[in-house]
Design a protein around this ligand. Structure first.
Ligand code: PBG
Length: 342
């Protein structure tokens, strides 16, 4: 039917024949400057404490956090996102607005260590500091009170900015949080502190290991404030709101199950877009790799480049340091290949 030699006319495989060809034609690559390392710091421990559901990730002491920040800067990672775990939690999250609270102290320690070599970010949310584990204050019927929570976020923002954060990440999904926090920062003179808005944040089973990491006391769920995984269009509503309120960057979270949302957001905006590869995504890969069911490094690198392909400018990942080093090594290998003439 087809004359031999004339078919196929189009052969995409030609561009896949050698490593050099594939490298040249790759549409996306992961660079250390794309990566942000989320890190946990626990008050009142003498040694870093392993997180069993996140093998390789620890709750840091202030000392080990300092070293981790230096290591991240050394690897060329772009930034670090800090989560504080206080010794004492209460209904209103007092530790979150105490200048001596663990997150604020950690911000100071990290800034002292790295200066401006990393973008130093902090989680702006109450769930790490409240005994009930919700992201906001509860009213007398136990519901999360949006506007009372905004007042707490405003106080937190100023305290975190004063402690040295370059960027704040409001992650509690309260309506109006970006505008409210922005006004509080500006009124306190922190006009240069930027906001990374958790724009599309879904209620997700994949946050499971994070609950261990921050010793969350959460009972129940976050369905009245985080988005329903069934909703894509709703993310665009959250997006226009956050941009109108002054978000400097926007984020989609979780990562892999929400690449469609990431793509929609990235197509829409003129601000940098971040994706958060969360604790459960990390745990899945580590667990399967430990069983020998997948190739760990290949799986990690594949997930990261997929975020880039879907439109992420910035990726928050617990593998940031490892992936940054590997990205550099891949370039070093390419160099060797060039020197050897292929
Ligand atoms: C809320 C917050 C959460 C995560 C980051 N910020 C938990 C939640 O919303 O339930 C999850 C991050 C992860 O799972 O890696 N402060």
């Amino acid at each position: 039917m087809f004359s031999h030699g004339a078919f196929p006319d189009v052969r995409p495989r030609r561009l896949r024949t050698t490593a050099a060809m594939r490298r040249m034609t790759a549409e996306h690559r992961v660079h250390p400057a794309d990566l942000v390392l989320p890190a946990f710091v626990r008050e009142g421990i003498a040694e870093p404490a392993p997180i069993s559901s996140m093998p390789g990730v620890v709750q840091h002491t202030l000392d080990s956090l300092r070293r981790a920040a230096a290591e991240a800067a050394d690897a060329g990672v772009a930034g670090i996102m800090l989560f504080g775990v206080p010794e004492v939690k209460d209904a209103v999250g007092t530790a979150a607005t105490d200048p001596g609270g663990i997150l604020q102290v950690a911000l100071g320690v990290v800034r002292e260590e790295v200066g401006d070599a990393l973008v130093v970010m902090s989680d702006l949310c109450l769930d790490e500091t409240t005994d009930h584990g919700h992201c906001g204050l509860l009213d007398e019927r136990g519901r999360v009170d949006n506007d009372a929570t905004l007042a707490r976020y405003a106080e937190m923002a100023v305290v975190q900015a004063e402690a040295g954060a370059h960027v704040l990440g409001p992650s509690g999904m309260m309506d109006g949080q970006i505008g409210h926090v922005r006004r509080a920062l500006d009124a306190a003179g922190h006009r240069d502190v930027a906001l990374l808005a958790y724009t599309a944040k879904y209620t997700s089973a994949f946050y499971g290991p994070f609950r261990e990491a921050v010793e969350s006391g959460l009972t129940g769920d976050r369905m009245t404030y985080q988005q329903d995984p069934a909703n894509g269009r709703e993310a665009m509503r959250e997006l226009s709101q956050d941009l109108a309120e002054g978000a400097d960057m926007v984020m989609v979270k979780p990562g892999l199950p929400y690449l469609d949302v990431l793509r929609r957001v990235a197509d829409e905006v003129a601000v940098p877009v971040a994706a958060y590869q969360i604790s459960g995504e990390y745990a899945m890969v580590e667990a399967a790799a430990e069983k020998g069911w997948i190739e760990r490094e290949r799986a990690i690198d594949e997930t990261l480049v997929c975020f880039k392909r879907a439109g992420a400018d910035v990726i928050l990942t617990y593998w940031a340091v490892e992936a940054a080093r590997r990205a550099d090594r891949i370039e070093a290998l390419a160099e060797e290949v060039r020197e050897a003439g292929g």
